[in-house]
Ligand binder design. Structure first.
Ligand SMILES: [Zn+2]
Ligand SMILES: [Zn+2]
Length: 275
């Protein structure tokens, strides 16, 4: 499996020379499985380049079905969707995939139709070109394309979901962003991440910043380390970087994080992990 981060910034994209090293695009990650299946996690502004990269490989793609699974639908996780080029290509089938308990409560098709209505964008969803479908998988444990997936709801304004993939080769990958633990670390997240080879975890704030950002739905890097330690995770990647944290700030944060948990690093736009 190959994991490529196309957007690791939180809240809003940043275009600034001091934000080049870690990148300025909002959340979007491409998971390429060894059997040729793709799963895109979130459609922040990073999905624009992700889509262009996939189109460049169009002729060699084994499957032209692209599944987009959403942790939740806050702006920074959907704002790149109108610029996802495969969505304009009739050769592609795009599946908007909602995994997790309680998901049917949200009317997902109308959410996307609203985002693409003429008040906000010139091209409506139905005129984009690709074939769209909407799929729901409402169990906590599920099998997707033969892969074992576990999805839990975690605390975030309006709710958000964490994913765990257990692969055929015995490796495991956990994606957990836009989470606010509260006074103590959420034990369900620790359980989800237990012994994971890779944990990607929200680390928008420092401990000090978090004190004045209660209720905004995010974690400190210290909490991300705590989860990784409690869950015996092998490799930790921090994500959802605050739009006010420039490269110097994040480099300093990364060094502090590595002092506590050596096999940790900042996820950054363009970075790939092979599992
Ligand atoms: Zn977010
Ligand atoms: Zn959010």
């Amino acid at each position: 499996m190959k994991i490529t981060f196309y957007g690791t910034r939180g809240s809003i994209p940043v275009c600034d020379p001091n934000f080049i090293k870690y990148g300025g695009n909002t959340s979007s990650t491409l998971l390429e499985f060894d059997d040729g299946n793709f799963l895109i996690c979130d459609a922040g502004t990073g999905i624009r380049k992700l889509g262009k990269d996939l189109l460049n490989r169009k002729d060699s793609l084994p499957i032209r079905q692209l599944v987009i699974a959403f942790t939740h639908f806050h702006w920074d996780h959907i704002q790149g969707f109108p610029f996802f080029r495969p969505a304009y290509d009739p050769d592609f089938r795009i599946v908007i995939y909602s995994m997790g308990v309680d998901r049917r409560k949200q009317d997902i098709p109308s959410l996307f139709k609203t985002q693409m209505q003429s008040s906000y964008f010139p091209v409506p969803l139905g005129k984009m070109g690709a074939k769209f479908s909407f799929a729901y998988m409402l169990d906590e444990e599920l099998i997707w394309k033969g892969k074992q997936v576990r999805v839990i709801k975690h605390q975030h304004p309006g709710d958000a979901y964490s994913f765990r993939f257990d692969l055929e080769n015995g490796k495991s990958f956990v994606f957990c962003t836009d989470i606010e633990h509260g006074e103590t670390i959420d034990p369900r997240v620790v359980e989800l991440a237990q012994n994971a080879d890779v944990l990607v975890h929200d680390a928008q704030y420092t401990e000090e910043e978090l004190k004045v950002r209660r209720g905004w739905g995010h974690s400190s890097w210290e909490q991300a380390v705590e989860v990784a330690q409690m869950a015996n995770v092998k490799n930790l990647y921090l994500t959802h970087h605050d739009p006010d944290h420039n490269d110097d700030f994040l480099a300093d944060m990364e060094a502090k994080c590595q002092a506590r948990f050596p096999s940790s690093q900042m996820a950054r736009d363009g970075m790939s992990i092979i599992l």
